[in-house]
Design a protein around this ligand. Structure first.
Ligand SMILES: Nc1ncnc2c1ncn2[C@@H]1O[C@H](COP(=O)(O)OP(=O)(O)OP(=O)(O)O)[C@@H](O)[C@H]1O
Ligand SMILES: [Mg+2]
Length: 218
């Protein structure tokens, strides 16, 4: 089942001379696991923002089950994102005035269905000791794991993971990648952006991006 499709998508930011994403076509199926590898500045995060309904493309269309996402009104678009998209941002983003556990409770309210078990995720992510702390009081790796919990708890249909192993040691990087891969399901997909060829190779469909051009690797 097709979840999301890009048709001729390009993006030129207002202050950029040329497009940072060029005439991109892409299909993401339910159960799909895609990786996008590329050097810094090649357009990886831009691609994920566009896929996730966060950045309007300059040309082309983004279709979710055949419906043009960017033709939705602002409120419908944000409801769509809340229901279907889980974005693991490259920069840590959590509500700073809420504890880790409270952030997860809040995140689950926006989810697609009843959501995952919060206490189970706290354990899987090794967050027991910091669950009642504010994000500002956590180490970089703890913040990264907490943010991962906030996205996993929603069981999103389209999981967009932008360098999710940043700040993590090797052991935690493996565990976080396992958790992300475990959520793939016939109706849920994972799109992974990474600098790391090892993780890129773990996907079933592999792309690289160079100067805004998306290339299918196999
Ligand atoms: N909001 C913005 N406004 C203007 N230019 C931007 C904006 N966001 C990104 N860019 C530019 O677009 C290009 C692609 O950026 P993008 O963040 O998509 O790259 P990336 O592949 O994710 O890089 P990294 O690996 O460093 O995260 C860069 O040249 C960047 O400077
Ligand atoms: Mg990026």
């Amino acid at each position: 089942m097709e979840l999301i499709r890009l048709e001729g998508v390009s993006k030129t930011y207002a202050d950029e001379a040329g497009p940072v994403l060029k005439n991109t076509d892409l299909v993401v199926e339910g159960g799909g696991y895609l990786s996008v590898e590329g050097v810094s500045g090649s357009g990886k995060s831009t691609l994920l923002y566009i896929l996730g309904g966060l950045l309007t493309p300059t040309t082309g269309r983004v279709l979710y089950k055949g419906k043009d996402v960017y033709s939705l009104k602002d409120r419908e678009l944000s409801l769509w994102r809340g229901r279907h998209v889980g974005y693991l941002f490259q920069d840590i983003q959590m509500a700073q005035a809420l504890t880790v556990r409270e952030n997860m409770v809040l995140a689950r309210r926006f989810g697609n269905d009843k959501g995952a078990d919060i206490e189970g995720l706290i354990q899987s992510l090794g967050l027991e000791e910091v669950a009642d702390k504010l994000p500002g009081h956590l180490s970089g790796g703890q913040k990264r794991r907490a943010m991962t919990g906030c996205v996993l708890v929603r069981r999103p249909q389209i999981m967009l993971a932008d360098e999710p192993t940043n700040d993590l040691d090797r052991e935690w990087a493996c565990r976080v990648m396992d958790l992300l891969q475990e959520q793939i399901h016939p109706e849920r997909s994972l799109i992974l952006v990474t600098h790391d060829p090892r993780w890129a190779a773990s996907a079933s469909v592999k792309y690289s991006i160079s100067d805004g051009v998306l290339i299918h690797k196999e």
